[in-house]
Design a protein around this ligand. Structure first.
Ligand code: GLC
Length: 713
């Protein structure tokens, strides 16, 4: 039988197997369910009878907000054995779960990984997460999440790569490469890798009011120029699956939109993998009131191009009958099944259906993984202010380490952690105690604010750990105000009143309003939710073992009244807009971040000055470390299409490079701008590259002022 022969091509194996399948077996491949302890035997009997496409290891719909215990290897292998050895065709089951920023070794949240502006680091982090996940017998992660987010009230801003389409696209592609790896010479995935999933397709981050699951209204112009680029990059990177989103976009639920799922994703982008719905979003088409019941929900979603249904079982109950009634074509059913089978063959599931019990977690180089997580955490931290207080002096005598997050562990991990023991992370207080063995570390583990003040009063320098809990962001956890949680501003004000040198560390999964903290703090370090080694990484930065080089992947508003306040807004026809009660600029702009050293960026060259539409322009600068300390700078290249038929952003990121420079060292950095960078989705629904002048700015954040220009002739 060809389908069992790995020497046949994937296509041959798919066709051979498909030809052997009954209608019920085909439908079963389009279904993903959770296998609960109760009712398990009925499900195992069902697997023997028809097989099963996939099992999800998340027991609850809010997997990202609760610590979960997934099925162990024995359970995975037991169920798999039934599918492989006791069902008629022996098609293995795909097991999937959310490994968003680490499985056992938790990395910084994706927003923090984006802040490092280092795709290679994200690729490595994803590869490590893949190795740990695969060692647990799990084949598929529902990651990377790549939703563009311009509204920090939305809790899931934590999970993505921020507000910029270019940065988001680079990160999405890197994460896909890391999770999936390169296919071998026969087109199969290598051991230790997992199937990735680009999510949530598409425009989920535009939820009105920043309220999760809420309606999105995005013009086609903005959808294609801002929200789709990361997904297109993920498809070009070979992502095996895409997850359709919960919300309705422009009048259509994303999980029921043929325009989004088939016309754009499959036909225009050429996506060859399969589309899985987000948790029960097929059944939820009834809640959207676009269908009257589950049968119509199955018909609408499946016909739109949604290949596999997660959890809600409308396909299980109605798809076969819809095909028999001719309402769903056999061609469409075969198309979905081909996609699922091709992924299973590519993953090597037929050759390696069982968890490899001697490649378990303990056999992996976990110390290396932890070191990588610590390095990533430090490199993603963003120094927002420093009047010279940082790095802390190694001979500091009495250091107060206080605040609601000075002794916190679980929040370091951020949202979306699964099989990890939540007490694994260290605390900032302990990390600083270990890093400053000669110093007296003054703390107030009681958490009583008056005891914190007493500790500060005794100290020579104060480190104040503020922020927000992991439970305040992530899925379904949105806020109306982006002020720090209650009490923290009052604590800060009281401490600032003591007149002690004050370094503030902020552990957060979203931009928070630091408007009344930044002016009075002597130093302000954004540490995000930094992962398993986040406390140690924070100490590395505070003490200068690592010179921070992170940059903001999302604008930091002065308050929620400014939202949206993203940098890549369009020009306006009239005077610069204003508020009477607040500046219109964010507190900290996209791309901003300081260092313990200083960099100069000059020597801008733009060659050639005139280029044909198919040509490429090289933009070059010299970046010099003019300080006394080695450091890393993210050189950023922004572009403006000066005159365009449709309105365009005042500037857009079109290149970045993080460069490490020793004190005094200079380096030439270049960016190539070609049709991909210069085109936009424009008049008549076409990608256009219009002749005319283009401006470029190169610098260390989105306010870069070193300006050049060129013409497309
Ligand atoms: C959740 C999330 C999605 C996740 C899925 C499975 O509701 O929206 O990101 O992958 O369900 O846990």
């Amino acid at each position: 039988m060809k389908y069992k022969d790995p020497n046949c091509s994937v296509g041959e194996r798919v066709e051979d197997l498909l030809a052997r399948m009954t209608l019920e077996e085909k439908v079963a491949q389009c279904v993903q369910i959770y296998i609960p302890p109760e009712g398990r035997e009925e499900i195992l009997a069902r697997i023997r009878k028809t097989g099963l496409g996939s099992r999800i290891l998340s027991a609850v719909p809010l997997g990202g907000s609760v610590t979960q215990r997934t099925a162990g290897i024995a359970d995975l292998n037991e169920v798999q054995r039934i599918a492989v050895e006791e069902s008629r065709l022996g098609i293995p089951i795909l097991s999937g779960m959310d490994v968003i920023h680490g499985q056992h070794t938790v990395f910084p949240i994706p927003l923090a990984m984006a802040a490092a502006f280092d795709p290679a680091a994200l690729e490595q982090a994803s590869a490590i997460a893949a190795a740990e996940t695969a060692s647990m017998g799990i084949h598929w992660t529902f990651a990377p999440m790549m939703d563009i987010a311009r509204d920090p009230r939305w809790g899931r801003i934590i999970e993505g790569y921020g507000e910029d389409p270019y940065l988001g696209a680079q990160m999405a592609a890197a994460a896909v490469r890391g999770f999936q790896g390169e296919l071998d010479e026969k087109g199969y995935a290598r051991p230790g890798r997992v199937l990735a999933c680009a999510k949530h397709y598409v425009g989920y981050g535009a939820a009105e009011g920043g309220r999760d699951y809420n309606t999105g209204e995005i013009t086609d112009h903005t959808l294609r120029n801002i929200y789709l680029p990361p997904f297109k990059a993920a498809v070009q990177a070979g992502v095996g699956t895409v997850m359709s989103a919960f919300h309705d976009l422009n009048g259509e639920p994303a999980s029921g939109s043929r325009y989004l799922l088939t016309d754009i994703l499959k036909d225009e982008f050429g996506f060859e993998g399969f589309i899985v719905s987000d948790w029960a979003s097929v059944g939820e088409l009834v809640n959207h009131r676009v269908v009257a019941g589950e049968r119509d929900a199955a018909a609408l979603a499946f016909d739109a191009g949604l290949d596999m249904e997660m959890i809600s079982e409308c396909y299980t109950h109605h798809l076969a009958e819809l095909v028999q009634a001719g309402e769903i074509s056999t061609q469409r059913l075969d198309d979905a099944v081909r996609r699922v089978l091709a992924v299973k063959f590519r993953l090597g599931l037929f050759e390696r259906p069982y968890a490899d019990t001697d490649r378990q977690l303990e056999q992996l180089p976990l110390d290396e993984y932890r070191a990588a997580s610590r390095r990533a955490a430090a490199r993603g931290m963003v120094l927002l202010k420093n009047n010279g207080l940082l790095p802390l002096k190694p001979d500091a005598r009495r250091v107060a380490v206080i605040g609601p997050y000075a002794h916190e562990r679980r929040t370091m991990l951020g949202s979306w952690v699964n099989d990890i023991l939540a007490d694994e992370p260290g605390t900032l207080a302990d990390a600083l105690r270990a890093a400053l063995p000669e110093a007296q570390i003054l703390t107030a583990p009681s958490g009583l604010y008056d005891e914190m003040l007493m500790a500060a009063a005794e100290a020579d320098v104060v480190v104040l750990a503020l922020g927000e809990s992991h439970a305040r962001n992530g899925e379904y956890n949105c806020v109306a105000s982006i002020e720090l949680p209650a009490g923290q501003q009052a604590l800060f004000d009281a401490l600032a009143g003591l007149g002690k040198p004050l370094a503030v560390v902020v552990y957060t999964g979203r931009p928070v309003a630091l408007t009344r903290i930044a002016p009075q703090a002597d130093a302000l370090l954004l540490a995000w939710h930094p992962g398993s080694l986040g406390a140690e990484a924070t100490a590395d930065v505070l003490l200068g073992a690592v010179n921070p080089g992170g940059k903001l992947p999302v604008s930091f508003p002065r308050g929620e009244g400014q939202i949206p306040v993203h940098y890549n807004h369009n020009s306006t026809g009239r005077f610069n807009p204003r508020y009477h009660d607040m500046p219109v600029t964010p507190l900290f702009p996209f791309g901003f971040g300081l260092s313990y050293t200083r960099f100069a960026i000059d020597g801008l060259e733009v060659q050639p000055q005139a280029v044909q539409p198919g040509g490429r322009v090289r933009v070059s600068v010299t970046v010099t470390n003019i300080g006394e300390r080695d450091g890393e700078e993210v050189v950023q290249c922004y572009l403006q299409d000066c005159v365009s038929r449709l309105t365009r952003p005042v500037r857009e990121l079109k290149g970045f490079e993080r460069v490490a420079l020793q004190a005094g060292e200079s380096r030439r950095v270049s960016f190539e701008l070609g049709a991909e960078e210069l085109s936009y989705y424009g008049p008549g629904g076409r990608w256009v590259l219009e002749p005319g002048e283009f401006k470029v700015w190169v610098g260390s954040d989105s306010n870069a002022s070193l300006e050049g220009s060129f013409r497309v002739v």
